[in-house]
Ligand binder design. Structure first.
Ligand code: GTP
Ligand code: MN
Ligand code: MN
Length: 610
């Protein structure tokens, strides 16, 4: 169906836009903006807004010779990341939020928000931004509207999602939509009419990131930082969408999506869940080190997956841009990302070079002799502090990525052949293992964790659990999420994708990474593809199927034999110790842990002791 066919606002029996107008009026009456601007997502609009932000001192235009149409934003030093302790899931029943979310009673939170938002946009413009997550009108896509008093957020949303008036036509025709409200919480006019000067990065020390899962609403106050303020992303596409997915039988996950093509031309699609800062953007843009294989990008952070008419699991990237971590992104680690950022990019909290371009740790081996750091202060290599904030980010359109796949915005998504789970594990977890079946795969997803340091022999270090890499993003009880995955497996039956566990971060006794990682991860991708097509063998172990080492392509890597052995070592004693930790972790969720996962844990122990 074309977009034109979907534009049937005039013939709709009841106009869904009445509800939108009433909502916009209601929020305006509460927050009192000077002016309301409806956004259309056009290039002209982005140009107007960025010029205005530059004139107001809120963006710095980079030297167009090096970085055309690109900008630097410097946040308030207290507004540099997501604020998990101020993120709330307001379900009717506290148990539905689960032990890993902050819960507040919805009616009480609503009253609190009404107070906080009262007059919060005085003196500012409120932008009304209609957006689609996924191709406009697509069968896996959803639409929403964000109200925001930040032009920086309106522009960023235009890069990260599909902002278009067609969304309003869909809503007029009756499509469900998710309302999201955002204020930086820095009014320019007091209730008594006193006017204040604006600042470069308006925000508030009081912050609220609030999700109402039952009514599918988001309210965000006090922050301008991406994850807190671009509400389409983590708040909608993960927290709210995960609840929609639970209720409607699909999945909203913290996953990258890639298209992999073998030397014979066979195409595979993989989705992979790794916790934040564990390499999703890197793997999504992988440049394979082995000849004949190509990896192309579909998404780097979020996947929505739904069973298609043919019974297979199909996935879309609901986003239209990348909001990636800058530090560590360089020619040797992620050249594709560096090339993506040639222009039309908003950088946040990176360092400014004297020639008007940007720099961050890891972009080049040697830092420039002088920079202005992310806080606007002079910086030299001897300053003893990073020039870019460790969580500094780039915002750029996905279409600009040189490795973007031709099917990245396929209307009904791509069929998923394999799902990968990974964390940062210094011990225990091998480079790659295949789950025996879907149920075992769900157990692996539920027990994803990272550890800071290698442990003494026969033990494991302190594990930070991040089940399905969704700990900060699941809008409902994490244990119910596991049950939902098990149910999806029942529904998918023989069409269920194969599931794998990967770990790029295992260390030797001396603390160094055993695996070179980055573009060499293509060797693991190759093995996974060969397993999917049924042409590679495996060795059974209690924790899953490991590669037959001779079948893993290690040519030209120069890895010592003992390192290869260490990468795949399964030590029963330390795995049993890990099982005890998994028991403790499951105990947090009480009786909501699915029996099938308890059975997986029992079976793992049994086989480790055998
Ligand atoms: P969010 O965008 O926050 O969800 O995180 P992400 O999963 O996209 O993380 P990202 O790709 O930005 O993580 C990057 C970090 O992982 C950097 O410190 C990289 O150097 C490191 N990294 C990525 N891939 C590898 C790898 O194969 N080996 C090693 N050793 N480090 C890696
Ligand atoms: Mn993420
Ligand atoms: Mn990322």
């Amino acid at each position: 169906m074309s977009i034109a066919e979907l534009t049937i606002a005039d013939t709709a029996p009841s106009d869904g836009m009445d509800a939108v107008r009433a909502w916009v009026d209601d929020i305006a009456a509460l927050t009192r903006p000077d002016e309301i601007v409806w956004c259309d997502g056009s290039l002209g609009e982005a140009d107007r807004l960025t010029k205005q932000l530059v004139a107001e001192g809120k963006l710095i235009r980079l030297n167009p010779e090096w970085r055309p149409n690109s900008f630097l934003a410097r946040t308030d030093p207290g507004d540099v990341a997501r604020v998990e302790d101020r993120t709330f899931i307001c379900s009717e029943d506290e148990a539905d939020a689960g032990p890993t979310n902050n819960w507040r009673e919805p009616a009480a939170m609503r009253a609190e928000l009404r107070d906080v938002f009262a007059g919060s946009m005085r003196g500012r413009t409120m932008y009304v931004v209609p957006f689609s997550m996924g191709p406009v009108g697509g069968p896996i896509s959803q639409v929403g509207i964000q109200l925001t008093d930040s032009a920086y957020v309106a522009v960023s949303l235009g890069m990260m999602t599909r902002v278009t008036e067609t969304v309003l036509d869909l809503i007029a025709a009756g499509q469900e939509w998710v309302p999201t409200v955002h204020s930086v919480g820095f009014p320019l006019v007091d209730a008594d009419g006193t006017r204040h000067d604006d600042v470069a990065w308006p925000c508030s020390t009081t912050k609220y990131i609030v999700q109402f899962p039952e009514t599918r609403e988001v309210w965000s106050y006090g922050s301008g930082y991406g994850g807190n303020a671009i509400l389409a992303k983590k708040c909608f596409a993960l927290r709210i969408a995960s609840v929609m997915a639970r209720d409607e039988g699909w999945l909203a996950e913290h996953m990258l999506i890639v298209k992999v093509t073998s030397p014979e031309g066979r195409v595979f699609h993989f989705a992979a869940a790794f916790p934040s800062a564990c390499g999703k953007t890197n793997l999504a843009m992988l440049q394979p080190s082995i000849p004949g294989w190509t990896v192309e990008t579909i998404g780097d952070d979020i996947a929505w997956l739904r069973q298609g008419p043919d019974g297979r699991l199909r996935a879309i990237n609901p986003e239209a841009g990348f909001f990636g971590v800058a530090p560590g992104t360089g020619e040797t680690t992620n050249r594709t990302a560096v090339e993506t950022l040639w222009g039309n990019t908003i950088f946040t909290n990176v360092a400014l070079r004297d020639d008007g371009d940007v720099w961050w740790e890891g972009l080049t081996d040697e830092p420039p002799a002088h920079l202005i750091d992310w806080e606007g202060k002079d910086w030299t290599p001897g300053s003893g502090r990073p020039a870019a904030h460790p969580n500094s980010r780039f915002t750029v359109s996905a279409a600009q990525c040189p490795s973007i796949a031709d099917d990245w915005d396929a209307f009904d998504g791509v069929p998923i052949d394999a799902i990968l789970f990974g964390g940062r594990r210094a011990t225990n977890v091998p480079l790659v293992a295949q789950a025996r079946d879907w149920r075992h795969g769900v157990f692996i997803g539920a027990t994803i964790s990272s550890e800071r340091t290698a442990a003494a022999e026969g033990t494991v270090g302190e594990l930070r659990r991040d089940p399905f890499a969704m700990l900060p993003f699941c809008g409902y009880n994490m244990a119910d999420h596991w049950a939902h995955w098990l149910e999806m497996g029942e529904r998918l039956g023989e069409h269920a994708p194969a599931v794998f566990q990967v770990n790029w971060f295992r260390t030797g006794d001396d603390g160094r990474f055993l695996w070179p990682g980055f573009s060499e991860n293509a060797r693991v991708i190759e093995w996974i593809a060969r397993r999917v097509e049924g042409s590679a063998g495996s060795v059974s172990t209690p924790i899953g199927q490991l590669p037959v080492v001779e079948e893993l392509d290690l040519d030209g890597l120069d890895l010592p034999e003992e390192d290869v052995a260490a990468l795949f070592e399964v030590d029963p004693q330390s795995w049993l110790a890990e099982c005890d930790l998994t028991d403790e972790f499951f105990a947090r969720f009480g009786t909501r842990v699915p029996a099938a996962l308890r059975a997986e844990l029992a079976s793992l122990r049994y086989h480790l002791r055998a």
